[in-house]
Structures are given as C-alpha cells and as structure tokens.
Design a protein around this ligand. Structure first.
Ligand SMILES: NC(=O)c1ccc[n+]([C@@H]2O[C@H](COP(=O)([O-])OP(=O)(O)OC[C@H]3O[C@@H](n4cnc5c(N)ncnc54)[C@H](OP(=O)(O)O)[C@@H]3O)[C@@H](O)[C@H]2O)c1
Length: 281
C-alpha cells in the first residue's frame, strides 16, 4: 500500500506525475482505465478501499472537447461528473485527500482581466459544464480537497497543441492559427510539481488555479513553438476557424493563490523551451 494513488495514469498529466514520483523515489499506485474505470462505482470503491491511499491524484477525465458536444455527450458526463463523484465518495470512505484537476472552460472568457479563483463561473460548452459539475461533486462530498483549474495543457506523453504544430510544420510551409483566443499554456511538469507541492506542504485546502505564467493567443503560442522552423505562421480569427464547441476568448486565470503557497511558476516560454529540449534530445 502506498500513500499516493493516481487515476488516469496513461494520460498526459497522469504519466508526467508517475515520472515525477519515480524521480523522487515516492511510492504510489497508478491505475489506467482498465485497472480502474472510474465510471464503475463498485470497482472504484473496491480498489480505493483496498489501497487506502492518503492522497488521490485524480487525473482521469474525458477531454475530447468537441466530441463532448454531441456523440460523446453522455460519456463526457459519465466520466467527468459521475466518475469524479465515485472517486470523491471513495476518498471520503477511506479518509483520503483528493486532488481534482479542472479547467478554464468553467469560465465564459468574456472577462478581459484575470479570473480570480472565486470569480463567477459560466461554462459555455459541454466539457466545461461537466468539469464544473465535477468540481461541485468534490466540494459537496469532501472537506480535504484541492481543486486545480488549469488550461492549454501540453506535455511529453500525449496529444496536444505543441505536438500538433510540430507535426504540421513537417508537411506545410504555411500555417494559420487563431489569434483572438487568449489564455495560459501549462506544461504538465509544472502542474505535476504543483500538485505534489500542495500535498507535501499541507497547503490550505480549496480551489487553486495553475498554468505557466504570462499569457498568449494560440497564434503567439504557435509562433514561439515554431520560431526555429522554416514555416510561415499567420493569424486568423475564430470565425475563420470554426470549431464545434465554444471556446472562451479570454480565459486567463489568476495565479496569485498558487504563488502565495510558495510555489515558483515558470513562464510559458521557459516551460516550452525546456519541454522542447526534452523531446528533441
Ligand atoms: N488537456 C488540456 O488541455 C486540459 C485543459 C484543462 C484541463 N485539463 C484537465 O487536466 C486533467 C488531465 O488531462 P490530460 O491532458 O492528462 O488528459 P488526457 O491525456 O486525455 O488523459 C485523460 C486520461 O483519463 C483516462 N480516462 C478516461 N476515461 C476514463 C475512465 N472511465 N476511467 C479511468 N480513466 C479514464 C484516459 O484513459 P484512456 O486513454 O485509457 O481512456 C486518459 O489516460 C483532466 O482533468 C482534464 O480535464 C486538461
């Protein structure tokens, strides 16, 4: 039995967290969707009561934002809401602290400033609605929890915008990228370190927001990713690049509460540089 348990350990964040704990010599048990399908309440209860972790890092989620609008609408809800409720109930049963990851999509993106942790939510797409309901499941079930909202996640172990841009640049010499959606990219490494930091420092329970520091549009992010590539990156509007699910225009979340815990947050440019060095070495 280990103190830490990870759900969704094959995802971008779950895999990063496993590597971080391995590096630090910290014991944990990790479950993918085969080992513990979070929508299977009996399985969740059985596994978590057997393992009796002190902390559950809940990284499992349904993350296909556009599919959540129609053909995967039910699955989005089953995983992100019912699944999270199952994990929260099991955490309560064994007295474990729960770390739940949420999203900037709980906001509508109409605020031109930074969203504070207690800003009113107003999700506009199905994924954001389900992740918010997941937050509420955690808040209504437990007292010992950390909810961490994050955004624009990229890491070594999955599909993400950085890999998509690098791949497209192999084939095309000109790319168009949306320039009127502004947010904060997040390297899985920074997020995994913050998750561990919260529990290791016994930070106050509650809601946090964590991304890399600074902000940018997708166009600016793409330009930085491809600055050493021979490709012409051009800005376009959201209207010129329609997507099924609504995307917030300005979802920059305040990092002040995270910084107040003593955690140092690299800028997104620093994080990207380190990530690119890691994947190209
Ligand atoms: N990616 C982003 O840009 C982004 C932005 C904001 C917030 N977030 C949040 O950050 C967290 C981590 O996201 P991520 O990027 O690491 O996502 P990811 O790469 O899509 O990983 C999610 C993992 O959840 C697992 N999963 C799905 N359904 C499951 C089920 N029923 N039971 C158990 N596991 C299940 C998946 O396993 P299978 O592959 O086996 O299905 C997958 O390994 C999530 O809470 C997400 O909502 C992500």
């Amino acid at each position: 039995m280990a103190d830490y348990l990870i759900t969704g350990c094959n995802g971008q964040l779950g895999t990063e967290l496993c590597h971080l704990l391995d590096e630090q010599g910290i014991a944990y048990t990790a479950f993918d969707s085969q080992g513990m399908d979070i929508t299977d309440r009996d399985q969740v209860m059985k596994v978590i009561t057997q393992e009796k972790p002190q902390v559950i890092f809940h990284c499992a989620a349904f993350t296909a934002v556009d599919a959540a609008e129609d053909e995967k609408r039910d699955l989005n809800w089953q995983v992100n809401v019912d699944g999270t409720q199952n994990v929260a109930d099991a955490a309560k049963k064994v007295g474990a602290k729960l770390v739940y990851i949420s999203t900037d999509y709980v906001f509508d993106g109409t605020n031109q400033g930074e969203y504070q942790v207690d800003a009113p939510t107003n999700p506009k797409n199905e994924y954001g609605k389900a992740k918010l309901a997941g937050e509420q499941a955690v808040e209504n079930t437990l007292t010992d929890y950390y909810i961490i909202r994050t955004s624009w996640v990229f890491g070594q172990y999955g599909h993400n915008f950085v890999f998509t841009m690098l791949k497209l640049a192999e084939t095309y010499d000109k790319l168009t990228v949306v320039d009127d959606q502004v947010g904060r990219p997040t390297w899985t490494r920074t997020l995994a370190e913050f998750m561990l930091h919260l529990v290791q420092t016994n930070a106050p329970f509650g809601m946090y927001q964590l991304s890399n520091d600074g902000d940018c549009s997708w166009f600016k992010f793409a330009s930085e990713i491809l600055k050493d590539h021979d490709v012409d990156v051009q800005p376009v509007t959201s209207e010129q690049y329609p997507q099924k699910a609504y995307r917030p225009r300005h979802s920059v979340m305040s990092l002040e509460k995270a910084k107040a815990t003593g955690f140092t947050i690299p800028t997104w440019q620093e994080a990207l540089q380190q990530f690119l060095a890691d994947v190209t070495e």
